[in-house]
Design a protein around this ligand. Structure first.
Ligand code: GUN
Length: 299
């Protein structure tokens, strides 16, 4: 049976560091890092994600301010709101929960967030910095996956990594982070011809396909490390990932569970990003200027 890569444990470690950092920032500057939480629409999973993020912010001492519009917002209203939050020095980070309701233009809205307040790392400028190899703020889920792999000492240099899914939120930035750590990265997606042929080569298999249990045990290489980003509710009510856990765990060396794998990391990294952007805006750089994790092993 595979080793369980426990995201709750790694998230607690990150959150403890963030809590200490927030406390130091508050006592040094008198300022409380503040996150504006923007929700347009009433997509039920978004409400749960937002509740988790707000709860975690409170636990680490980050203030959150709500801008919740369950009835939706027009695109001009949303852009005007983002403009006000950009200009408000009391707001350090802006979380625009996705997806936006139909009628809103996601690309335009993300680009309207000030890059220095973009705690999700989705702004084209921040994604561009990542592509250029000098990342500013990292998208939370991919950054959280890297934390898990590092925590459990997974060797990335030269490893065959396969990423299933090419979203802006996970797949694309994750591939960049793995590449920066010298993995050989293959990206698979809905038009990939023979998905199993690729996944069976993977020493590190990361699945963010958004389809329940699309990866079955027979598609997993013996001894692989499997990271499951999926979160799907079956009709039975059971929560499952994009990987069929029981069969995959028989072949994998290590695997993230759902729930309790990648999910808790996303929220923890959002807190870390909020502290980071607040520090930058206050001119208080990180007290321990250690090289970022994605830089380690660069040569
Ligand atoms: N929707 C699904 N995942 C995310 C995320 O990481 N950030 C935001 N803002 N919206 C999401």
């Amino acid at each position: 049976m595979a080793q369980i890569l426990d995201g709750k444990v790694v998230a607690q470690k990150v959150l403890a560091e963030v809590k200490a950092g927030v406390s130091a920032l508050k006592s040094g500057s008198g300022v409380t890092p503040t996150l504006a939480v923007v929700l347009a629409g009433d997509f039920p999973p978004s409400k749960i994600y937002i509740a988790n993020k707000k709860r975690m912010a409170a636990e680490v001492g980050i203030a959150s301010r709500d801008f919740l519009y369950p009835g939706g917002l027009s695109q001009p209203e949303l852009l005007a709101l983002l403009g006000r939050l950009n200009a408000d020095p009391g707001v350090h980070g802006i979380l625009l929960q996705l997806p936006l309701p139909g009628g809103c233009n996601e690309d335009e809205a993300i680009a309207a967030i000030a890059p220095e307040k973009d705690v999700d790392g989705f702004h084209p400028m921040n994604l561009g910095h990542l592509l250029a190899g000098a990342p500013t703020v990292l998208p939370c889920t991919p950054a959280g996956i890297m934390e898990i792999l590092d925590h459990y000492g997974v060797e990335l240099k030269g490893a065959e990594a396969v990423v299933v899914g090419r979203s802006r939120i996970v797949g694309k930035p994750l591939a960049q982070l793995l590449l920066a750590r010298h993995a050989t990265v293959t990206m698979c997606h809905t038009r990939t011809r023979d998905l199993a042929a690729h996944t069976r080569r993977a020493e590190i298999l990361c699945v963010a396909a958004g389809r329940p249990q699309v990866i079955t045990g027979d598609m997993v290489r013996e001894g692989a490390v499997v990271v499951d980003v999926g979160m799907n509710r079956l009709e039975s009510g059971k929560l499952v990932g994009d990987v069929e856990f029981e069969t995959a765990a028989k072949r994998a060396r290590a695997i993230t569970p759902v729930p309790g794998g990648v999910g808790p990391m996303t929220v923890a990294m959002l807190m870390k990003n909020t502290l980071q952007v607040a520090r930058r805006q206050l001119g208080t750089p990180s007290p321990q200027p250690s090289p970022p994790r994605w830089e380690r092993g660069k040569s």
